[in-house]
Design a protein around this ligand. Structure first.
Ligand SMILES: [Zn+2]
Length: 73
């Protein structure tokens, strides 16, 4: 199943990206919350989507980072 392998690779790449951008864990780009966060794992959820339980907004690693306006696929 090539699709499953590609998805697996995407997740691996994403996890290493998270470690680069958030060396001490994820931080909400909207309000700065670092503790009350949850990873979204729904089937229709993009990889690396997080939900902030402080401001109740979803975010991904590309929100408010140097990747935000780039064309990283
Ligand atoms: Zn927040």
């Amino acid at each position: 199943m090539p699709n499953a392998i590609r998805l697996q690779n995407e997740r691996v790449v994403h996890l290493s990206l998270e470690r680069m951008v958030w060396p001490s864990g994820p931080v909400c780009p909207h309000c700065g919350e670092a503790a009350r966060l949850g990873r979204l794992n729904g089937l229709s959820t993009p990889i690396g989507a997080w939900k902030c339980y402080s401001c109740r907004k979803p975010f991904t690693i590309r929100n408010g980072t140097i990747f935000h306006n780039s064309h990283v696929p």
